[in-house]
Design a protein around this ligand. Structure first.
Ligand SMILES: Cc1cc2nc3c(=O)[nH]c(=O)nc-3n(C[C@H](O)[C@H](O)[C@H](O)COP(=O)(O)O)c2cc1C
Length: 455
């Protein structure tokens, strides 16, 4: 039987997700990102293509690393302006039945009990279809906006462990099953003897409260994570159910995936308890020549400063200081270490110039770009999925809606014909669809399950 491929869509509530400097390419609807219609149209296309979920990236600060200012990011729509990703979900949930929604929440700059309430609200309103991409943040500007000093890379992960314990206690332990009894006879909405206070005092957080919301279908939202440094992988191995990876070559990706699966096993979980999606972009047309022409047209329209501003933020390195033909060398950074590694030490045989980096980032991000007819793109997807031991792809767009329409209407039917893609959605919540347990709640040995109060 052919290896099954899963698809996830990678976007953000901004006109510039990955292919930021192409927001004004003819036919690109990215500039309409601030309308409900943009999102509901997108969600319907993704559901037609049986995508697992739409993932919305986010950051709580503006990208100002390139030349030390936000100017290039503003000019090229590099993830700015941006809206709150949580707010665009309910309209899409209403327009669909099965599609999941993964939103990024940067825990370093959130209050645990308020964040827990926000996610529970979304899980109720989506009928159990929400996921949380747990991130610790990588831009210094996020700290500045909060009036805080920058917190270094590994300390952010220490903070994350405390945050997770609090939200697990709120989601899993505060309300017993059935505590919101809605008893019309005695008029009790909830039974106070079955709602428990969470008390926590750690190095970073202190709280004493019941969970403000009654439990939703999944209780804890489906958990995504995308950290790829040593600390990031350990965190993912422990907490994540879905993982986003990104890398420019099969070697870089396969190494990442092997380490992630090993980390999962080291944490007492199964190597296949996690769904791993690799960032990729597709450029599909009815003929190979046409697909290649499309690619070339996109490439010619890329603005280097857009790609470099984006990468500067991710890497924490000001790439305006380099000339376009200079090679990138490894530099220690406090931002996304894995991005720097993936272009330097992770594959020493491949040396990237700054110009190549700019174009690679601008055409869909830091993953491979699959160009061709539907059968050719399907071949490439199947080859990468086998070689890298991934479960599927986190597909970025180049032209909003159009890129995904090509996948839903051309590539998905081809993969289905090959027996490599599902014919329909599984029933139930996002966790029931994606977790090997097919249960709506976290189950042992996942660490979150231990906080559930016995019914
Ligand atoms: C596909 C992908 C998507 C990501 N999306 C976000 C995001 O939306 N917001 C964010 O702050 N970090 C995002 N990250 C970054 C990571 O979650 C993580 O914070 C970062 O990699 C730093 O951790 P690390 O040094 O352990 O890799 C993403 C990473 C990948 C590979």
């Amino acid at each position: 039987m052919a290896k099954q491929i899963r698809l996830n869509a990678f976007s953000a509530a901004t006109p510039g997700s990955q292919a930021s400097s192409l927001w004004n390419y003819p036919g690109n609807r990215a500039a309409e990102y601030n309308t409900t219609r943009y999102w509901t149209d997108l969600a319907k296309i993704l559901e037609r293509g049986l995508f697992d979920a739409l993932f919305l990236a986010d950051s709580t600060g503006a990208n100002n690393v390139y030349a030390g200012s936000e100017a290039a990011a503003l000019r090229r729509a590099v993830a700015i302006p941006r809206l709150d990703p949580a707010m665009v979900i309910p309209a899409m949930a209403d327009a669909t039945t099965h599609l999941g929604f993964g939103i990024t929440g940067t825990l370093t700059y959130e209050m645990p009990h308020l964040f827990a309430r926000k996610m529970t609200t979304l899980d109720h309103l989506t009928n159990g279809r929400v996921g949380w991409n747990i991130v610790t943040g990588y831009l210094k500007s996020q700290g500045t906006a909060m009036g805080q000093n920058a917190i270094d890379h590994d300390r952010r992960y220490d903070m994350a462990e405390e945050f997770m314990e609090i939200v697990y206690r709120l989601w899993e332990g505060s309300w017993e099953e059935g505590a919101a009894c809605r008893n019309r006879e005695n008029g009790w909405f909830a039974d106070p003897s079955r709602v428990h206070k969470v008390r926590f005092e750690g190095e970073f957080f202190k709280t004493e409260t019941i969970h403000l919301s009654e439990p939703s279908i999944q209780r804890t939202p489906f958990l995504y994570q995308a950290g790829a440094s040593g600390r990031g992988r350990a965190f993912a191995g422990k907490h994540a159910e879905g993982i986003f990876v990104g890398g420019p070559s099969q070697k870089v990706l396969a190494d990442q995936v092997a380490k992630l699966r090993a980390e999962c096993v080291a944490q007492g979980r199964g190597r296949d308890d996690i769904q791993i999606y690799a960032l990729a972009t597709t450029i599909v047309s009815d003929t190979e020549v046409d697909a290649k022409n499309k690619y070339e047209n996109y490439r010619r329209n890329v603005h280097h400063e857009g790609g470099l501003a984006h990468l500067s933020g991710l890497m924490g390195i000001d790439l305006s200081k380099y000339s376009l033909d200079e090679p990138l060398k490894h530099i220690e950074t406090d931002a996304m270490r894995s991005v720097v590694e993936s272009y330097t030490s992770a594959d020493p045989n491949r040396v990237w110039t700054i110009r190549e980096l700019a174009e690679h980032q601008s055409l869909g991000g830091r993953g491979p770009v699959f160009v061709g007819t539907a059968p050719q793109v399907s071949d490439q997807m199947q080859e990468w999925a086998e070689a890298c031991d991934i479960d599927g792809f986190n597909l970025a767009y180049i032209i909003a809606h159009e890129t995904y329409e090509d996948v839903a209407d051309k590539v998905v039917p081809e993969l289905q014909r090959r027996g490599a893609y599902p014919a329909r959605y599984e029933p139930g919540s996002l966790r029931e669809k994606l977790s090997p347990t097919h249960k709506p709640h976290l189950m042992a040995p996942h660490p979150g399950a231990q906080y559930r109060t016995a019914p």
